[in-house]
Ligand binder design. Structure first.
Ligand SMILES: Nc1nc2c(ncn2[C@@H]2O[C@H](COP(=O)(O)OP(=O)(O)OP(=O)(O)O)[C@@H](O)[C@H]2O)c(=O)[nH]1
Length: 377
């Protein structure tokens, strides 16, 4: 059975790293050691043994100096550099995938650097298309006792769910300080949340944060969140004491079933759509390239087929082009032995595709080489 990937995401200070440490220890104690990955390039010390650590290949401080970047820009750039190696990373994980049931991944505390960056999406996407993948959204429970703060945090979680389209578990951490019962109640019972909101308004009425406008906005948003809550699993844990980790692992199993049942199909549909779009885009660029290179004004390119008005199609009949033989002479000179027998769209497309892929490969390997040179420095 393929291992499940647990991506730990959470606001800075929510206790993600401590949660990872405890999860690692819990799985070890169950004799199911996980495969551990650290994707936070800025962390000084990782309190668990990581099988793959972004810091081994990317020097965060050097990235800052080299590109003259601030902390967040350097995290995004480090992730960008790392994402060019994601294929190799996944190969390493896949090679050992029969030896463990869980891959646990710690992400940068600056949540937006991961979730809203292109490289974050590439990395998430890469894992999700290789293994069943679940998001563990870690919340600092004691800091979310105010209904407005709680709701803002849930809205953020909601946006992550819709961005990643992956099953999500909300992990209320630090339950040794504050039990998560209040949060679970707010998520299940809309009226309880309304009451808490009203009380909060009465208490904080003067400071303007709970004005009439604000509370009616919060009211409508919390109604919208009801739908979001229905898609979640919620657990309370303490990364300090280890409380609630069995429930968390049960929730992971539950989400894997859900992933296989719903999310996988949806992902496959999205990937197919993307593939088609990518093919269209490649064809377009290729046709543009051929035109720019001015290979021959009369050379037929796919866009000519696409753009040709219906009337000129002669109801699907192919009208022979008298000058065709001459035109082709230099189009595919190396291919004269296998004389072009059909002039179908696929035929041209596959040739162009090949040419395009050849160029793409050399371009990307150059980029990788440049990055490798940089890292070696
Ligand atoms: N009481 C209590 N404190 C916790 C718990 N988990 C984490 N903490 C504390 O919360 C603080 C933040 O924990 P980290 O694990 O560093 O949080 P993080 O989300 O990884 O932080 P960043 O690396 O900044 O993203 C630390 O002081 C931890 O000791 C818990 O379960 N209970």
């Amino acid at each position: 059975m393929a291992p499940v990937t647990v991506l730990c995401i959470g606001m800075a200070g929510s206790g993600k790293t401590t949660f990872m440490q405890r999860l690692n220890a819990t799985l070890h104690s169950k004799k199911e050691p996980p495969y551990v990955i650290n994707l936070d390039p800025a962390v000084i010390k990782v309190p668990f043994g990581a099988n793959i650590d972004i810091r081994d290949s990317i020097k965060y401080k050097k990235v800052m100096e080299q590109y003259n970047l601030g902390p967040n820009g350097a995290i995004v750039t480090s992730l960008n550099l790392f994402s060019t190696k994601i294929d190799q990373v996944l190969k390493l994980v896949e090679n050992k995938s029969d030896k463990f049931n869980h891959v646990i991944v710690d992400t940068p505390g600056q949540i937006e650097c991961f979730i809203w960056s292109a490289s974050g999406a590439i990395i998430t996407e890469a894992f999700a298309s290789t293994f069943p993948t679940v998001i563990a959204y870690v919340v600092d429970t004691p800091r979310n006792t105010s209904p407005t703060t709680f709701m803002s945090n849930m809205l953020y979680a909601c946006s992550i769910l819709y961005k990643t389209k992956l099953p999500m578990i909300i992990v209320f951490n630090k339950t040794d300080v504050k039990k998560a019962d209040f949060a679970v109640e707010w998520m299940k019972d809309f009226e309880a949340f309304q009451t808490a909101l009203r009380l909060d308004q009465e208490l904080n009425g003067e400071d303007g944060t709970s004005s009439g406008y604000m509370s009616s906005l919060v009211n409508s948003m919390s109604l919208m969140l009801e739908e979001f809550y229905s898609q979640l699993d919620v657990v309370g844990v303490s990364a300090y004491t280890g409380d609630g980790f069995d429930d968390f692992l049960k929730a992971v199993d539950n989400k894997v079933d859900e992933y296989n049942e719903y999310y996988l199909k949806e992902r496959e549909r999205i990937l197919k759509e993307k593939e088609l779009e990518e093919k269209k885009r490649q064809n377009k660029s290729l046709n543009k390239l051929m035109k720019d290179m001015n290979v021959n004004d009369d050379t037929e390119v796919l866009s000519d087929y696409e753009d040709e008005p219906e009337d000129n199609n002669h109801n699907g009949e192919v009208v022979p082009d008298e000058e065709e033989e001459v035109e082709r002479e230099y189009t595919f000179p190396e291919d004269r032995s296998a004389e072009i027998t059909s002039n179908t769209e696929e035929d041209i497309q596959s040739r162009y595709q090949q040419a395009f892929e050849d160029t793409a490969k050399s371009a990307s390997s150059k980029t990788v080489e440049a990055i490798a040179n940089y890292i070696r420095r």
